[in-house]
Structures are given as structure tokens and as C-alpha cells.
Design a protein around this ligand. Structure first.
Ligand SMILES: [Zn+2]
Length: 154
């Protein structure tokens, strides 16, 4: 399980290697994404709180990157943070996410990105629930939910 210490180590010393890389030009991303998805994932935007479609979703499934479809989070580690953005306590795999120290807007925060395609996802904070103590605060527009198939539920 990742803790805040691991996150800081990744943001300072370098991130884990992803299973694969997806790289596209700005034009290719523009064709693939809606303008809002492009603004958030490729230009580090933020959606308005409580606006995202996935914020209050509690459907079982995996949350995948909207850009490259790599699974990022699982619905079982989603929690209601009350912030207005989908919130998780852990990534689905340790190498699914990359971390970057973000000093924009006069704050020091840790930005989280898709480790496969560098899509901006949101930020991670050390004020989440135990046991990890982490709160991944993620834009709905950065993800899509891939619902679990019925045959997997036995
Ligand atoms: Zn991605």
C-alpha cells in the first residue's frame, strides 16, 4: 500500500516505470477528446466541483484514463470526500500513476498524472482515510468507468 512518504519519494526521486507508454501529438489528442477533456488532461485544467459525472457514481468497476484507457482506480477504493471531485485512497497499481511536485497558484501540491500517457488527473493529499491516509482528488473528465461484467460477479 502506498503512503504519503512513498508519494513524496516518487515526486522527488522519480516515478515507477509504467507497463507501456502511449504518446500522441497535440492534434491527435484534440481529435480523440472533447474540448473539456482536452483542457483538463492535456492542459492541466480543473473541472468545477460537483460538476463531474463520476463524482457521485457508486457503480462497481474500474476507472480508466480517458486518453489511453489504462485502468487507474477501482470503485472499491473510491470514497465520499465531500469535496465535489471523485476521491480514491489508492491507485489500482503502484505504477499506474506518476507524481509531480506542483508549485502553481502559490501552493505546494503533488500533481497526479497517468503514468502511461501523462494525462493530468488531479492532485493527491495526505488527509485521506486510514490505512493509507491518502486522498486522490481526480477530475471526472479525466476518467471513464469500465463496468464490471456480470460474469465476473460470481
Ligand atoms: Zn492515460
Amino acid at each position: 500500500m502506498l503512503t504519503w512518504k512513498d508519494i513524496i519519494n516518487y515526486s522527488v526521486k522519480g516515478n515507477p516505470l509504467p507497463d507501456k507508454r502511449v504518446e500522441k501529438t497535440e492534434e491527435e489528442w484534440r481529435e480523440l477528446l472533447t474540448p473539456e477533456q482536452f483542457r483538463i488532461t492535456r492542459n492541466k485544467g480543473t473541472e468545477a466541483p460537483h460538476s463531474g459525472a463520476l463524482c457521485s457514481s457508486h457503480e462497481a468497476g474500474k476507472y480508466s484514463c480517458i486518453c489511453c484507457e489504462t485502468p487507474l482506480f477501482d470503485s472499491t477504493i473510491k470514497f465520499n470526500s465531500g469535496t465535489g471531485w471523485p476521491s480514491f485512497t489508492q491507485p489500482i497499481n503502484e505504477n499506474a500513476i506518476k507524481y509531480h511536485k506542483d508549485t502553481s497558484f502559490g501552493m505546494v501540491r503533488v500533481e497526479v498524472m497517468c503514468n502511461t500517457c501523462d494525462a493530468h488527473l488531479g492532485h493527491v493529499f495526505p488527509d485521506g482515510p486510514e490505512p493509507s491516509g491518502l486522498r486522490y482528488c481526480i477530475n471526472s473528465e479525466s476518467m471513464k468507468i469500465v463496468k464490471e461484467r456480470v460474469s465476473d460477479e460470481q
